[in-house]
Design a protein around this ligand. Structure first.
Ligand SMILES: Nc1ncnc2c1ncn2[C@@H]1O[C@H](COP(=O)(O)OP(=O)(O)OP(=O)(O)O)[C@@H](O)[C@H]1O
Length: 571
């Protein structure tokens, strides 16, 4: 029911003694409340004046306010601790997501990852609060009250002591059933999150193919499954609350009945009978309190497991390089038998290449030949399955290095435009760049008109000005122009989805960016190849040939064939 690792979170152990102390204080206040009230009523019953019982009434109010104060202090402490822990967790999950990059969202699903970070962590915050406050109360308050009741009346204490384990056993049994249902509910929530986000992303494709109505039906069915799972969980959770309430009420009623009978018989005095009767519901209160929020703890436990799953995901980011690389004419990159084989058996195998100085390297091959995989290995987004990488004098088993990432620029097929100002989007690698530098980079990338029209502070992306495909690629280009320190450049089909005219225009702007850099360009487009120093030809994951475009064109039949095919597809 409770995840024990919760107690290992930073700061939790430290507040446990304070929470235990507050639970003890609360038990004493409850006791004071019951004893003072019973004493006052007994006094009045015996004919004393209000003046005579006034100290007891004052004592009752002191205990009452003391109890409220304890509640307030506990809530205050828990709010601070759980808020801090949740904020910490959110930072860690985000850091993990950024380090692992697309691999994590591919594995978990973007919708699921997003809901874990946003609503999942809120649920964990609530879970921490509930568990820490209610569990300690449940462990301390009933025990102390039972001891006090035993002093007042042994028989009542016996009835209550017998009833408690029954209530606990019931709670555990129903708890297991509810946990099973809650797990199913959480799984369907994860499916729903992924399904919903995927549908939103693909909405234009769905519209194009006239499938949006069919898809809306599929979302409806997924959300219905989630609704049913939620109702099933609520049924068991409410049943467990009901069972506990029933047990507690039955036990208190039994106690009241026996006390009443014994009072009539005269075998017990009014004061102990009254005090025991007031304390009996208080004895069950912590348990009922826990049960009333039981459903929230079930959700919180699942969300906590999901957060832990992200935090435990293997983060390959190394710190082998002492500082970011500044690529120079003498720099050298050697791949020795580098392979990345996926579970499907596909990928790239035994790649051997040596590159020195400022080179423009194209990676070509048929669709599925491994171009993107090799590019991801070189940019450190994938960890090789075997082989080694030599970077100058350093031998590494992966380029997934914190400092290597600080050395590279990337122009993808589709540039992501963040919802924000044009300035934020342009100064992506260089947030501290001056206005002049940003405008200069934008002009080099061919964005002069956009800057004049929108202004550096104008919003672009979601909720702002929508950019055309060519403009988006130019934003990526301007980012790269602005970042002078990073001189290893990766491009993955940077102009593939643009129309021929825009493609050639954007290409003209890209070419000057290649100077003084190590460039890797994965492409299907023929027109890039004559401008490159080295062309790597991949065939079914293997390096078929490597050389300049002219060399390969003169001597390699596979390359000649590939070019014929590429030319065919271009037209
Ligand atoms: N994450 C993955 N898990 C399993 N197999 C994968 C994964 N990524 C790629 N592959 C497989 O590895 C092979 C190479 O894929 P890759 O994307 O590198 O090819 P590509 O040459 O870039 O193709 P394209 O030109 O169509 O983009 C393909 O058969 C692909 O199905």
């Amino acid at each position: 029911m409770i995840d024990r690792t919760l107690f290992t979170l930073p700061g939790v152990r430290k507040i446990l003694p304070a929470l235990g102390g507050l639970a003890l204080l609360q038990a004493l206040c409850i006791l004071g409340q019951a004893l003072f009230l019973s004493q006052a009523i007994t006094g009045l019953w015996q004919g004393q004046e209000v003046r005579q019982v006034l100290p007891y009434i004052v004592g009752f109010f002191f205990s009452f306010f003391g109890r409220e104060l304890v509640n307030f202090l506990r809530q205050y402490m828990l709010d601070r601790v759980s808020y801090r822990l949740a904020a910490n967790m959110r930072n860690q999950v985000l850091a993990k997501a950024f380090n692992l990059g697309p691999a994590l969202s591919r594995e978990m699903g973007t919708g699921n990852l997003t809901s874990t970070v946003i609503s999942g962590i809120d649920e964990v915050e609530m879970y921490i609060k509930l568990v820490l406050s209610k569990v300690l109360n449940m462990m301390i308050v009933p025990v102390l009250l039972l001891v006090a009741i035993a002093f007042l009346d042994g028989q009542t204490a016996l009835v209550l002591a017998i009833a408690f384990p029954f209530a606990i056993i019931f709670m555990i049994l129903l708890g297991y059933a509810a946990q099973g249902q809650a797990n199913k509910q959480y799984k369907s929530f994860q499916v729903l999150s992924n399904h919903f986000l995927d549908s939103l992303r693909g909405i234009s494709t769905l519209k194009y193919f006239g499938l949006s109505k069919t898809y809306a039906q599929s979302i409806y069915q997924t959300s219905e499954r989630f609704r049913k799972a939620t109702m099933a969980t609520l049924r068991v959770a409410i049943l467990s609350t009901f069972a506990l309430d029933f047990f507690a009420t039955l036990s208190v009623a039994t106690v009241a009945l026996f006390l009443g009978l014994r009072l009539m018989e005269g075998s017990i005095l009014l004061f102990p009978a009254l005090a025991a009767l007031i304390l009996a519901p208080e004895y069950f209160l912590p348990l009922r309190d826990f049960a009333s929020d039981y459903h929230a703890t079930l959700n919180g436990k699942n969300a906590y497991a999901s957060v832990n799953e992200v935090l435990k995901a293997k983060d390959h980011l190394t710190k082998a390089l002492p500082e970011p690389i500044r690529w120079s004419e003498d720099s050298r990159l050697v791949l020795n038998n580098l392979s990345k084989v996926f579970e499907t058996g596909r990928g790239v195998r035994d790649i051997n290449i040596a590159i020195q100085g400022f080179k423009k390297v194209a990676i070509v091959g048929e669709s599925g030949s491994g171009k993107s995989t090799l590019l991801s290995l070189l940019s450190g987004f994938l960890k090789p399955s075997s082989g080694e990488i030599q970077l100058d004098t350093q031998v590494l088993d992966s380029l997934n290095d914190k400092n290597f990432r600080q050395s590279l620029q990337f122009i993808p097929q589709n540039t992501y435009i963040f919802a924000g100002s044009l300035r934020e989007n342009l100064a992506f690698y260089q947030p501290k760049a001056s206005d002049e530098e940003i405008v200069h980079a934008a002009e080099l990338a061919g964005l002069k008109d956009l800057v004049e029209e929108v202004g550096l502070e104008g919003s672009i992306g979601a909720g702002g000005r929508t950019l055309s495909g060519g403009q988006m690629q130019r934003v990526a280009l301007a980012r790269a122009f602005l970042s002078k320190n990073r001189n290893i450049l990766f491009l993955d089909e940077p102009t593939a989805h643009l129309d021929v005219e825009t493609e050639l225009e954007v290409k003209e702007s890209i070419l000057p960016l290649f100077e003084g850099k190590l460039v890797f360009l994965a492409t299907h487009r023929l027109h890039w190849l004559p401008q490159m120093d080295l062309v790597l030809v991949l065939n079914e994951g293997r390096l078929e040939a490597a050389g300049s475009h002219q060399e390969l064109l003169a001597s390699n039949t596979y390359y000649q064939e590939l070019l014929r095919e590429m030319r065919g597809k271009m037209i």
